[in-house]
Design a protein around this ligand. Structure first.
Ligand SMILES: O=C(O)CCC(=O)C(=O)O
Length: 267
């Protein structure tokens, strides 16, 4: 499947790029944004994840986060330095796309890193959430975009690191567990540090194996409409670790992105 790709740079997006992004995410459900996240912010986040999380053993990682596959963990991130940099969670091209698809009240629903450790096998292909209307497939798939996962690798992805593989959206909900055979048409996202991708929350996807020697940390920043609650992924850890102190320290213009955390039900 050819994935729509925009070379955005770090600034705000013009109308043509926004329309291209809208068409991609309303269509196949995946969009790549090259050069859309500041290199220094990505580097600092990488160093912090390597230092703070990559050395933990399986037990400590499971205590801090959730096991999402063999040798693969998802950990929600405290909004302490360096993860508090707006260049990371609110890079202008990402926020522009999120607001174009989710409305001006879009919020950050969760902010986490997924680390695939050396030797991690391919992850189970899955969707991150059950259909919005579980007994009405047509309505679930026809609903406008309500959540987008921003995928921000903290290192260049290659065959040695593996990446995330995505399938195009179709008219029926993806239920990979029910596939009788592996579907064709997928793309393994080819992303360097500083690139990002968005996938609709209904997109089937899975992390590929990590055959190399280094851990592969990828930020998963979920932007959503303000009413959406992820009922599936955060029973064992908070989706956001954002406190009133973090909000007070944050430049005011970014606080609305954490409206749900400010309301007190997110951390
Ligand atoms: O490890 C990856 O690349 C993907 C992880 C993922 O998509 C998930 O846990 O939902």
């Amino acid at each position: 499947m050819p994935v729509t790709t925009l070379r955005t740079g770090l600034g705000q997006l013009g109308g043509v790029m926004i329309e291209t992004a809208r068409a991609a995410l309303n269509g196949a459900g995946t969009l790549v944004l090259r050069g859309s996240v500041e290199a220094a912010a990505v580097e600092a986040a990488h160093a912090a994840v390597v230092e703070g999380l990559c050395g933990l053993d399986a037990e400590a990682l499971a205590r801090r986060g959730v096991r999402v596959g063999e040798k693969r963990y998802m950990v929600s991130l405290d909004l302490d330095p360096p993860f508090d940099r707006p260049a990371l969670f609110a890079s202008p091209p990402l926020v522009d796309v999120a607001r174009a698809l989710l409305g001006s009240g879009a919020v950050i629903n969760s902010f986490a890193v997924v680390i695939a450790f050396p030797g991690a096998p391919a992850q189970r292909i899955h969707v991150d959430h059950e259909p919005l209307f579980p007994r009405d497939d047509a309505a679930s798939m026809a609903a406008p975009v309500y959540a987008l996962t921003g995928i921000v690798p903290l290192l260049d992805l290659s065959e040695a690191t593996g990446s995330t593989e995505v399938w195009p959206l179709g008219p029926t909900p993806g239920v990979p567990d029910a596939w009788t055979e592996r579907r064709t048409g997928s793309t393994v996202l080819s992303l360097d540090a500083g690139d990002a991708a968005f996938i609709d929350y209904r997109v089937c996807h899975g992390g590929t194996a990590n055959p190399g020697p280094a851990p592969r940390p990828i930020l998963y920043i979920v932007y959503s409409r303000p009413w959406f609650r992820d009922a599936d992924n955060f029973s064992e850890m908070p989706p956001l670790r954002v406190t009133p102190t973090h909000l007070a320290r944050m430049p005011a213009e970014y606080r609305t992105l954490f409206a749900a955390a400010a309301a007190g039900h997110r951390s």
